[in-house]
Design a protein. Structure first.
Length: 95
């Protein structure tokens, strides 16, 4: 029973982290269009690095944001591959 609750909590954290990264991409794009203060790139990349790469990548595609920046166009997909591999290894080992 305790193992199930750990997996559920982990899944909820992943969902929240990815949703945050997605929303940050959208908010930064909106601010860029309006000429307002921007979210630092470091913050966007940190949100993606904290297991939010899928949300960040989806945000980049949906909002057409940061797609020409090499740091994002190569870095976020690389983070996603790493995170997916790590999660797959955890699932195989502990599930």
């Amino acid at each position: 029973m305790q193992t199930e609750s750990i997996w559920i909590a982990g899944g909820c954290c992943l969902l929240l982290t990815n949703l945050t990264a997605f929303c940050l991409m959208g908010a930064d794009k909106r601010r860029a269009i309006r000429g307002r203060w921007r979210i630092p790139e470091r913050t966007l990349l940190l949100a993606c690095a904290c297991f939010g790469a899928l949300g960040g990548l989806l945000g980049m595609r949906v909002f057409h944001h940061k797609t020409l920046h090499k740091r994002f166009s190569w870095g976020v997909p690389a983070m996603l591959v790493f995170q997916a591999t790590l999660l797959a290894c955890l699932l195989i080992h502990y599930a």
